[in-house]
Ligand binder design. Structure first.
Ligand code: P6P
Length: 322
């Protein structure tokens, strides 16, 4: 099944409106352009180059961050999206369209990896339009997904009425995303975790205790040996978890500005958590489900733990008992 058919089926049975269908279709077209652009990186232009500017969160903006956002915004102009909430913009963009859907985007997650040929991606969240365009709670999203630009260009997507996410791979020959595999489901248990262990000295006690038991292997409280992966692009770690299970942790820590971690609620944690819960996993800030958090500002950060329910439950217990 091609993505076009996935959208057409949901339009036909009324599970999505024309606004949502049109936005998903245009995001897929934008992703195809971004994918092609990345492959020319270092030939046509130095995409990893810094623009000298910073985004609202103080991250150095790479050429591709800005280019990817431009490509996406230009495609969304052909849709009814009323507002665009972007990591690269201080404030929401009001498009003037009368549609009832807002789009939150991280145009290029992991952009520092471009210069070293490591997978990066685009994360998106579709939300009901609301007057003050600060986003809705994640549980009210209309659809969410992300693209990964790696050895393959892939997409994982779910709309609100889907029971599980669906994965797609871009078939360059047909200029179309083709569905692969069935309903995505994350195993409740895992031996594989993703965390940047370089920050261990800065972690708060609950995460330090969880890691202590994990690193204790069979002699630890969790009684098994684990293995670690850390790509430095959340979309790449997340894609792996949707394919073979695991957990991802970006906790808050004692570093200045990192009390709530690094990842942003509206356009990173919410869309990923929407997919995770639909795949039978859990996504939490250590205490509450991410999807139940009410955004107070566009770029607010949140500690983010997601994946296998057994490990998420352990982390929640450690945080509640601290
Ligand atoms: P660190 C990329 O900048 C990102 O937002 C996520 O994609 C990634 O998981 C994380 O930051 C990497 O953070 O602190 O390990 O560089």
């Amino acid at each position: 099944m091609r993505l076009e058919e996935y959208i057409k089926n949901r339009l036909a049975d009324g599970r999505i409106g024309e606004d949502v269908g049109g936005i998903i279709s245009q995001l897929a077209d934008a992703a195809m352009v971004i994918s092609k652009t990345i492959r020319l990186s270092g030939i046509e232009y130095d995409l990893g180059a810094e623009t000298g500017a910073e985004n609202s969160d103080g991250d150095e903006q790479k050429t591709l961050d800005v280019l990817a956002e431009d490509i996406i915004i230009n495609h969304l102009k052909h849709t009814a999206a009323s507002h665009i909430l972007s990591e690269e913009q201080d404030d929401p963009i009001t498009t003037g369209q009368d549609g009832q859907v807002m789009v939150a985007i991280d145009p290029l997650d992991g952009s520092s990896n471009i210069a070293v040929n490591v997978s990066v991606g685009t994360i998106f969240s579709l939300m009901p339009r609301q007057d003050a365009p600060i986003a809705c709670a994640g549980r009210d999203q209309l659809a969410a997904g992300f693209f990964v630009y790696g050895p393959q260009t892939t997409l994982i997507l779910a709309v609100a009425s889907d029971q599980a996410p669906q994965c797609f791979i871009l078939d360059d020959r047909k200029n179309s995303f083709v569905a692969v595999g069935g309903a995505v489901s994350i195993p409740t248990k895992t031996e594989e975790y993703a965390i940047n262990a370089a920050y261990a000295e800065h972690w708060f006690p609950p995460v330090q205790e969880w890691m202590r038991q994990v690193l204790a292997g069979k002699q630890g409280a969790y009684g098994k040996a684990y293995r670690m992966r850390w790509v430095g692009s959340m979309v790449a770690d997340a894609w792996r978890i949707f394919q073979r299970g695991g957990v991802f942790l970006y906790p808050g820590d004692k570093r200045e500005g990192y009390t709530d971690g690094r990842l942003r609620l509206v356009y990173e944690a919410n869309p990923i958590s929407f997919l995770i819960e639909k795949a039978g996993g859990m996504a939490t800030n250590g205490k509450d489900a991410i999807l139940d958090l009410t955004p107070e500002s566009l770029h607010q950060r949140t500690p983010l733990f997601f994946g296998a329910t057994q490990e998420m439950t352990r982390l929640n217990t450690l945080h509640h008992n601290k």
